[in-house]
Design a protein around this ligand. Structure first.
Ligand code: HEC
Length: 229
């Protein structure tokens, strides 16, 4: 009966070593350094499997209607572009510092089902920068964004801008902008309603030292209507 005792001692040593490592502070949690390969595999495999399983319960409405993507483009532009980028737009400053990075949704759209895109958009992914939009948006507001994401593989920069221009007044972000009593000259303006927009970079790259010097600027109110996109 020696073997069970050896296994028991080994398990205790392993537990002590793991707990010791957790409290030691040796693991680097900074977003500026990459995950080690094993942790990366573990988290991304678990996330993928979780998304596939949970999305099975999602009922997908008809998404073929052109008007649905049109209804989603303003919301996509103000809610998603900052981190994920959009056709013709790199991710903004907030997206450039994310780890794990926010993937190009044109690529994701090609290999995820509409149910999976919806589930992730609604529920987010814990311990990453991906927010749960369902906390603030009901399903009817999320499906148009999913319809737009599904179109991304076919949209180039010009196609995206054209859709934004056609979509003036569509989507709840555009509505909110319109509600405050001033007319919008363009969809671009509507989509950049300062209340809803992510903090925008000023279109130039900051290096680390500059960013510290400039940081008060990030909190200034920008007049988004003067920005060219
Ligand atoms: C604050 C940054 C941020 C914003 C804003 C954001 N995302 Fe994400 N998103 C992420 C990150 C980071 C990931 C990657 C998470 C991971 O690696 O598991 C992600 C992952 C995703 C994925 C999974 C993609 C894949 O290939 O696995 C989808 C779908 C998605 N986001 C949709 C959206 C939509 C739609 C919006 C706008 C409504 C949005 N995201 C807004 C940060 C963001």
């Amino acid at each position: 009966m020696k073997t069970p005792r050896v296994i028991f001692v080994f398990v205790i040593i392993a537990i002590v070593a793991i707990v010791g490592f957790v409290y030691s502070g040796f693991y680097d949690v900074s977003a500026s350094s990459p995950h080690n390969g094993m942790v990366n595999w573990l988290l991304s495999t678990m996330a993928r499997a979780s998304i596939e399983r949970h999305a099975k319960g999602v009922e997908v409405p008809g998404l073929g209607d052109e008007a649905l993507a049109l209804a989603g483009v303003n919301d996509f532009d103000s809610m998603c572009k900052g981190c994920h980028g959009a056709p013709g737009h790199d991710p903004e400053a907030i997206g450039q510092g994310l780890n794990p990075p926010a993937p190009d949704l044109a690529v994701s759209a090609a290999d995820m089902t509409p149910a999976e895109l919806f589930w992730v958009t609604k529920n987010g992914i814990r311990m990453t920068g991906m927010p749960a939009w369902g906390a603030t948006h009901d399903d009817d507001a999320i499906w148009p964004v999913v319809a737009l994401v599904q179109k991304l593989p076919d949209l180039d920069a010009a196609g995206y801008q054209a859709l934004l221009a056609d979509a003036e007044g569509f989507g709840h972000h555009a509505d909110n902008a319109a509600d405050d009593g001033h007319a919008h000259a363009s969809a671009d303006h509507a989509s950049n309603d300062a209340d809803h927009d992510l903090e925008e970079s000023d279109g130039h790259q900051h290096d680390e030292s500059e960013q510290r010097d400039d940081s008060p600027q990030i909190h200034e109110e920008h007049d988004h209507s003067t920005h060219e996109h």
